[in-house]
Write a protein that binds this ligand. Structure first.
Ligand code: TTP
Ligand code: MG
Length: 353
């Protein structure tokens, strides 16, 4: 049986969820963002993207580019609820699923007679159940599925063999490929490698000299659209966290939870980018009197899904119930690399703060 993997990603996820309950805003540029001085855009509707607005852009700048945009504050509870419906339908389609975030998942379609029809049906089901549009990529590995799902957004449906992916993206910059970031792209450029075709044709030995024996050949393989063919990735041993000090101390549980979910989302994106997962989820809370507390929980299976990390972080925060206003919040995922630890224990770790 050949490997067939699909990547499904909801279009303009947060903005689309907001538009479902504000249909009068349809067709207008919409930006989902907080409104503090350092707020950044979480997502922009496709109408706002035409003005050059994009995720992670400072909101002030986004409003300069698109002064008529409607600014909507994020409501992570609503996104989580929508995500749960989507992921239930995803899991109803195939057994093997790797959830990568609130709005994206890989599906192993290897056992299906008609993978395309199954994915068309799933998109229709998601649309009927939630009103959300999704883009789908299908290919022989995760890399091709991911790039294909991005290629014709919104409402994309792209099926590619490896050869077709190589031909279609030959002239694109190496950065198109997940895992090749700005710094790597700059270093490739110094070597005269500015397209995926050039990367695919590069000498792995030469790249090994510049990027090391592992990363060099890996880069060439990425250029050739070779990638993981199973949904269980090899995990590295590291730990990652995100924390944020607020402009004004926060006392309200709803706002604290929103901030926590924002951090969990950022953290999970970072973990997913590097294909890392962990089993220990921890929060850090610093009160206005500088009391600093951490709480952690270790779960049975490694995760980097924001639906897990966000939920456990929220539970830990609810259990701690900060007795005073909070000046700093942090979220950490630790114990990577399948390190064996006793499962499902709630521990109050004395983590360094
Ligand atoms: P994406 O799937 O990357 O983006 P998107 O769904 O908004 O748009 P599209 O897939 O059509 O290109 O991310 C999913 C959600 O995650 C997004 O709606 C908001 C959130 N997000 C952030 O909060 N910060 C970010 O930097 C990014 C990229 C996304
Ligand atoms: Mg999306």
């Amino acid at each position: 049986m050949p490997t067939v993997i699909a990547h499904l990603d909801i279009d303009a996820f947060y903005a689309s969820v907001e538009l479902l309950r504000r249909p009068e805003l349809r067709g207008r540029p919409v930006i989902v963002s907080g409104d503090g001085p350092r707020a950044v855009v979480t997502t922009a509707s496709y109408e706002a993207r035409k003005f050059g607005v994009g995720s992670a852009m400072p909101t002030r700048r986004a409003l300069r580019l698109c002064p008529d945009a409607v600014l909507i504050p994020p409501d992570f509870g609503a996104y989580r609820a929508a995500s749960e419906v989507v992921m239930r339908l995803v899991r109803g389609t195939v057994d093997e699923v790797e959830v990568m975030g609130l709005d994206e998942a890989y599906l192993d379609l290897g056992g299906l007679l008609s993978p395309r029809a199954a994915m068309r049906r799933l998109v229709t089901e998601i649309r009927a159940a939630t009103g959300l549009d999704a883009s789908v990529g299908i290919g022989p590995n995760k890399l091709i599925a991911k790039v294909a799902s991005d290629a014709e957004k919104p409402r994309g449906f792209v099926v590619l063999t490896r050869e077709q992916a190589c031909a279609r993206f030959a002239g694109h910059p190496p950065r198109l490929v997940p895992g090749i970031g700005g710094k790597t792209a700059e270093r490739l450029e110094v070597l005269g490698i500015t397209t995926l075709a050039a990367l695919a044709a590069a000498d792995p030995g030469l790249l090994a000299e510049h990027f090391g024996p592992r990363q060099g050949p890996w880069l060439v393989a990425r250029g050739r659209f070779e990638g993981e063919e199973s949904l269980q990735a090899v995990r590295e041993a590291v730990s990652e966290s995100r924390e944020s000090t607020f402009d004004v101390d926060i006392a309200g549980p709803a706002e604290l939870d929103a901030q926590l979910q924002r951090l969990a989302d950022q953290l999970c994106r970072g973990l997913q980018k590097h294909d890392r997962t962990g089993r220990t989820i921890a929060i850090k809370v610093r009160l206005d009197d500088w009391t600093t507390v951490t709480r952690a929980r270790t779960i049975a299976h490694p995760t980097n899904a924001v639906e897990h990390v966000g939920q456990i972080a929220a539970e830990l925060l609810r259990e701690y119930a900060p007795p005073r206003p909070v000046r700093l919040l942090g979220v950490r995922v630790a114990s990577f690399g399948g390190v064996e630890e006793p499962p499902a224990q709630t521990a109050q770790l004395a983590l360094p703060v």
